[in-house]
Design a protein around this ligand. Sequence first.
Ligand code: AMP
Ligand code: MG
Length: 407
Amino acid sequence: MITVQKAKSIIDQYLNQLDSEVVLINESSGRIINHNLEATFPFPRFDNSAMDGFAVRSIDTVGASQEHPASLKVIGISSAGVPSDLTLNPGECIQCMTGASIPNGADAVVMVEHTSGFTDNDTVHVFEETHSGKHIRKMGEEIQKGDALIVKGTRITPSEIGVLASFGHRKFSVVKKPRIAIFGTGDELIEPGEILDDGQVYNSNLYIFADLVKNLGGHVTMKNVVKDSKESLNSFLSKALKTSDVIISSGGVSMGRFDYVRDVYIGLGVKEHFWKVAQKPGKPLFFGTKKGTLIFGLPGNPISAYIGFMKWVWPALESIMGIPKSKPITGLLTEPFPRENCKYRYLFGQAWFENEKLLCKPTGKIGSHMLSSSLSANCILGSEQGENPLQPGDKININVLPWKHIK
Ligand code: AMP
Ligand code: MG
């Protein structure tokens, strides 16, 4: 049995980033961008109007008011997408719409509300004095050419999609989705929808795994419940080893008579890097590799499988997908936390803010078979080994479940 730290450092040695592929912007949601993106032009790309109004020479409006408007000659229109190539001479102005390019010679825009309005007349009355730059969005005021826009490893959300589109990217390069095979083993397992017989339980773990993979942005390529027999395991795994970047299993890696998963892996040429980690739940964790494939064998108790996935598999998947590590956070316990003498202890927990402090507590029902303890959880709490339980007020590590929020 090795420590949690040692196990992490072993896994780290085998994490290689996945290749890239080009995707269309419409299909890029949730993908991970694999390069730093820079602005290829300034933004705004040209001086343009922030208002519907008149582009003027501000000097021509000096002293203008409701009682003494400035009379300007209207020489044309600049509208969004149809710029005017006219140049303003003294006493002239141009109707200029929001987003339209500012004509040569103009240095301000007067809102149409402060004029006699858009008409077909040759002249407009301006009721307000303006100053140079007013209502003009200057070229490059938001972004200069070459500015960093999106950092490598960022997940694409509506904000990234918007910025990519603003810079004209119809397709771009992202990290390939990891191809993931998941399986559960157990003769007692049946699928939801079937009728339970004596001693049977519904397979829940593979549904958890599949949803976690989906959440993270991986691709489940194989998914099956496999019988506790060497033949069934062999046939699933020999195919999975050829077609997957990662294989994740639940069950069959403990000390039971019918726990064949480890033997079968080894028989198929998987190199075992460790089996058994000083942690609770999930001690009989198996980690191995074959060529580029990472193999995680998690025990079958639903909480061991779920927490094991979050603590071991999720960070490994993030790493091969090029997602930067999230920073560890700590909170203050409001209830005791049961530490273990010689094992790292994880429990589902609740974390919340109160009086500007981050507080937390385990969710209760702490048995590793008690899946309902995850229902009210928004995090996993984790503590190093220790003689006595941690007490209210003590600090503890918090790992927020990425799809939950701390309120
Ligand atoms: P094992 O790790 O195979 O010894 O399984 C430990 C416990 O987890 C047993 O009570 C199994 O019935 C249960 N179990 C194993 N696999 C699953 C699964 N896919 N879904 C729900 N429970 C499971
Ligand atoms: Mg079993």
